[in-house]
Design a protein around this ligand. Structure first.
Ligand code: NAP
Length: 268
């Protein structure tokens, strides 16, 4: 039987791509979309966009198996609460959450529904996170400086990207058990760079889908590990895998892409 899916942010860049990928997949059925833009518009034959204000009522009527969220941090926290209350499994790709917002979502999910949350659903980026940790593990003995550079389109609302923040956390945990100091961009008389810094730089320009580079620089050389997304299909294909995977989970907690990929890679 096809998996019944609701998409929040259905008119947005990512939500729109996810809608397209769901419609192309015979094992999935889009049953509703939510977005304050374009309420009442058809996104698929017979499927109209509903207002987020109607979410609770609509979810009770159409009973999706999985709720996908690509909105913004404030909206996503509320959407997660409504979906969890209605026992709809979750795939959350929205980024830019504060610590408090992450805690609010965790409280809404724990003991209520299985959920997978990731700041990046591309398979390549999830492997990039493993590679940068491995490089950091090797380089920690040699005092290499680490800088992270991310580039995105001009419409992106949060900076630095969730992917860059996660990269910084991974490297910080690997190098110093969390004691590295994050420096966001540099400006003015900054003084000499210290070994404890991880520089994080956000570029916003044109229609760049998403580039991330971690640069490890020593004396006379540098190593760069880069991921470039060519199109939003990279994220949407990961979302499709996550929808199928979370549908099969029963334990009500937050799962990671890493857990999903380990299972898929080992045939579990
Ligand atoms: P976008 O084009 O601005 O789309 C977001 C959409 O959500 C907009 O149409 C917005 O409507 C709508 N929205 C706002 N509040 C809502 C609510 N309460 N319920 C339902 N829809 C609501 O942004 P985007 O580029 O698609 O990115 C969306 C999020 O996904 C961002 O946080 C981005 O960083 C993240 N992202 C994650 C991944 C990943 O793999 N995890 C990949 C790419 C992007 P209005 O414009 O009218 O407010």
């Amino acid at each position: 039987m096809a998996i019944k899916i609701a998409v929040a942010g259905a008119k947005g860049r990512m939500g729109g791509q996810v809608v397209k990928s769901i419609l192309e997949d015979d094992n999935m059925e889009l049953i509703t979309g939510f977005d304050p833009s374009g309420v009442g518009e058809e996104i698929a034959p017979g499927i109209k966009i509903s207002s987020p204000d109607e979410m609770d009522k609509v979810l009770k009527e159409v009973k999706p198996d999985v709720f996908v969220d690509f909105t913004n941090a404030t909206a996503a926290v509320e959407n997660v609460k409504v979906a969890s209350r209605n026992k709809v499994k979750l795939v959350v790709g929205t980024t830019g959450f504060s610590e408090e917002q992450l805690e609010e979502m965790e409280n809404a999910i724990k003991n209520h529904v299985p959920a997978i949350i990731s700041p990046n659903f591309s398979i390549g980026v999830n492997i990039f996170w493993k590679l940068i940790a491995e490089a950091a593990r090797h380089l920690q003995a040699y005092q290499y400086h680490v800088e992270i550079i991310e580039m995105h389109h001009s419409h992106k609302k949060d900076a630095p990207s969730g992917t860059a923040v996660k990269a910084a956390e991974i490297i910080s945990n690997r190098l110093t058990k969390g004691e590295k100091k994050f420096v966001y961009g540099r400006h003015g008389i900054t003084g000499e760079r210290t070994d404890e810094e991880i520089g994080i730089h956000a570029v916003r320009a044109g229609d760049i889908v998403g580039d991330h580079t971690v640069l490890y620089a020593g004396i006379g050389e540098r190593l760069e590990i880069t991921h470039r997304a060519h199109s939003r299909e990279a994220f949407a294909q990961g979302v499709i895998k996550a929808i199928e995977w979370i549908k099969g989970k029963d334990e009500a907690r937050i799962y990671s892409m890493d857990e999903m990929m380990r299972e898929l890679e080992h045939g579990g």
